[in-house]
Write a protein that binds this ligand. Structure first.
Ligand SMILES: Cc1cc2nc3c(=O)[nH]c(=O)nc-3n(C[C@H](O)[C@H](O)[C@H](O)COP(=O)(O)OP(=O)(O)OC[C@H]3O[C@@H](n4cnc5c(N)ncnc54)[C@H](O)[C@@H]3O)c2cc1C
Length: 450
C-alpha cells in the first residue's frame, strides 16, 4: 500500500509528488494524459511560448525607433508551433525525470475513486487499482463552454485547440475579456488577424485595478483589437458571432472563435461520492491547510476553485504535503501575484483601491509612469505603463502594487515579502534596489504615497 495517492499530474499534483517523494513517502501519481497538466500542455507554457514569438515579430517590425533596421520581418506559424512543442517536450521530460529521481510511481490512466476498503483509499486507473493511506486530489480545471446556439460549431475553440492552431485566421473573435482571452487576443492581433473581444462586463481583465484595466484596453486597441463591452454573446452563426448590446442585436465576422468565459474545477464522474467528499458549487471545499471534509484527503490546485493559478497550485500542493508530514504550514492568499502576459504586461499583487474600500480600510495611493525609470526609458518606448501602489493610511503598510508595462511579471514577486511582512513605506524606502533597473519604480512609487 502507498503512503500517498495523488490524482492528477498538473502543477499541484507533480510538485506535491516531488515533495512527498523527497520526504520519503511512498507515493503514486495518477495522470490520465500528460504530466504537467493544463499549465504545461495547454495553458501557461504554450501560451507564453507563442506570445514570445509574436512579441519578437512585433518588435522586429517596430525596431526603427530604436535605431535598428531589419529586413522584411516574417512570421512562420509552423515553426513557432514546432518550437512550442519542443519546449513542452523538454519540460515534460524534466517532470518525468524528477518523478523518477524522487521514486514516485507514475500510473498513466484516468483515475476513479472507489469506496474505501480495509481503511485504504482505492483509486482505479484502467486495469490497475492503487491503494493508499492518504489521498491528494489535484484534478485541475477545464474550460467552460456557454450553451448557446452554434457553440458546438467546429470553428469554436477552447484554449486547448487554439494553442495548436495551424493557420492565422483573418477574423478572430474572443468571447470573454479575462486574462486568457486577452493574452490570446494579443497574440493574434500581433500576427495579423482582425481581433474582436466580446465581453459582458463594462471593463476588461476581471478584478484588476480599474486604472490598469483602462490602460490595458488602450494598449490593446493600439494593436487594432476591437472591444465590444457590456455585450452578451447569444449565438454563433455560420461565420459570425452574434451579441446583444444596449438592447440591440449586432454581429461580427468570425473565422475562428475562442470561447474563453472561465474555467470549472474537474470534480464530476470521478467517484468522489464514494468517499463522501464535500463539493461546493462544483469545487472541493478545503481549509487553509488543503484539508477536505474527509480525514486523510487533501485537495490542491484549480480543483478547489480558490485562485486558479499555476503558482498558487504549486504552493497549495506544498502546503498539503507539509500538513501530511505534520509540519505547520498554511495558505496565505493575500500576497499571491497575478499576471496578464499581454504586451505590455500587467502584474498585480495585494489589494486594489476598490477592494481596500470594500474591506473598510482607509488607503492612500500613488502612481508613477514607467518612464520615471531610466532603464525603462532606455529599453521601451516612452510613456507606456505605470506603477500604482495602495498603502494603509493609518499603519503606512504596503497593501497592493499594480503595474502595467513590459517586464512587470519579473518584478512583482519582490513585492510579495513586502506585503507578507507588512513593510511600511519607510521600511521599503530603506531597501537597496539595483540601478538602473525597472524594479526601482516600485520603491519610487511607494515613496510617493503620502
Ligand atoms: C490558456 C491558459 C493560460 C494560462 N496561463 C497561466 C499563467 O500564465 N500563469 C498561471 O499561473 N496560470 C495560468 N493558467 C492557469 C493554470 O494552467 C492552472 O492554474 C494550473 O494548470 C492548475 O494546476 P492544477 O495542477 O491544479 O491542474 P491542471 O493543470 O488542470 O492539471 C490537472 C491534471 O489532472 C489530470 N486529471 C484530471 N482528472 C483526472 C483523473 N480522473 N485521473 C487522472 N488524471 C486526471 C489532468 O489530465 C491534468 O493533467 C493558464 C490556464 C490556461 C487555460
Amino acid at each position: 500500500m502507498y503512503d500517498l495517492v495523488i490524482l492528477g499530474g498538473g502543477p499541484a499534483g507533480y510538485l506535491s509528488a516531488e515533495r512527498a517523494g523527497e520526504a520519503g513517502l511512498n507515493t503514486v501519481l495518477i495522470e490520465k494524459c500528460h504530466l504537467g497538466g493544463v499549465c504545461l500542455n495547454e495553458g501557461c507554457v504554450p501560451s507564453k511560448t507563442i506570445l514570445y514569438s509574436s512579441k519578437l515579430f512585433s518588435q522586429a517590425k517596430h525596431s526603427q525607433g530604436f535605431g535598428v533596421t531589419v529586413g522584411d520581418a516574417a512570421f512562420d506559424l509552423k515553426k513557432v508551433m514546432t518550437r512550442k512543442e519542443k519546449v513542452i517536450g523538454a519540460l515534460r521530460k524534466g517532470i518525468a525525470a524528477t518523478m523518477k529521481k524522487n521514486k514516485v510511481t507514475v500510473v498513466n490512466g484516468e483515475g476513479t475513486v472507489l469506496p474505501k476498503e480495509n481503511n485504504a483509499f482505492r483509486v482505479k486507473a484502467g486495469d490497475t487499482i492503487v491503494e493508499g493511506k492518504k489521498l491528494l486530489i489535484c484534478t485541475g480545471s477545464e474550460a467552460i463552454r456557454i450553451p448557446i446556439p452554434g457553440a458546438d460549431r467546429d470553428f469554436v475553440y477552447t484554449n486547448r485547440e487554439i494553442l495548436s492552431i495551424d493557420h492565422i485566421p483573418e477574423n478572430f473573435v474572443v468571447i470573454g475579456g479575462g486574462v486568457i482571452g486577452l493574452e490570446i487576443a494579443n497574440f493574434f492581433a500581433e500576427v495579423g488577424s482582425k481581433v474582436t473581444v466580446v465581453e459582458l462586463l463594462p471593463f476588461i481583465g476581471g478584478p484588476i485595478d480599474s486604472d490598469i484595466s483602462a490602460a490595458l484596453k488602450k494598449e490593446m486597441e493600439k494593436k487594432g483589437i476591437v472591444f465590444k463591452l457590456q455585450s452578451k454573446v447569444v449565438e454563433i452563426g455560420e461565420k459570425s458571432v452574434v451579441y446583444e448590446a444596449g438592447g440591440n442585436k449586432e454581429s461580427v465576422d468570425a473565422d475562428i472563435v475562442l470561447m474563453s468565459v472561465g474555467r470549472r474545477p474537474v470534480t464530476k464522474g470521478l467517484g468522489f461520492e464514494n468517499i463522501n467528499l464535500f463539493i461546493d458549487k462544483g469545487a472541493i471545499r478545503v481549509d487553509e491547510r488543503g484539508r477536505t471534509n474527509v480525514p486523510d484527503v487533501w485537495a490542491a490546485g484549480d480543483v478547489n476553485g480558490v485562485s486558479m493559478l499555476a503558482h498558487t497550485a504549486y504552493r497549495e500542493g506544498e502546503v498539503c504535503i507539509n500538513d501530511i508530514l505534520g509540519k505547520n504550514d498554511r495558505m496565505r492568499y493575500h500576497a499571491v501575484p497575478g499576471v496578464i502576459y499581454t504586451h505590455p504586461e500587467v502584474a498585480t499583487i495585494g489589494l486594489t483601491e476598490k477592494e481596500a474600500a470594500h474591506e473598510g480600510i482607509e488607503v492612500t495611493t500613488a502612481k508613477l509612469p514607467m518612464s520615471y525609470s531610466g532603464r525603462y526609458l532606455a529599453e521601451n518606448e516612452a510613456g507606456k505603463g505605470f506603477c500604482k501602489v495602495v498603502v494603509n493610511k493609518e499603519t503606512r503598510a504596503l497593501l497592493g502594487v499594480h503595474m502595467i508595462g513590459s517586464v512587470c511579471s519579473e518584478m512583482i514577486f519582490g513585492v510579495a515579502p513586502m506585503i507578507e511582512n507588512e513593510l511600511r513605506v519607510e521600511d521599503i524606502a530603506e531597501l537597496v534596489f539595483p540601478h538602473p533597473t525597472v524594479s526601482e519604480i516600485i520603491r519610487d512609487t511607494v515613496k510617493h504615497a503620502k
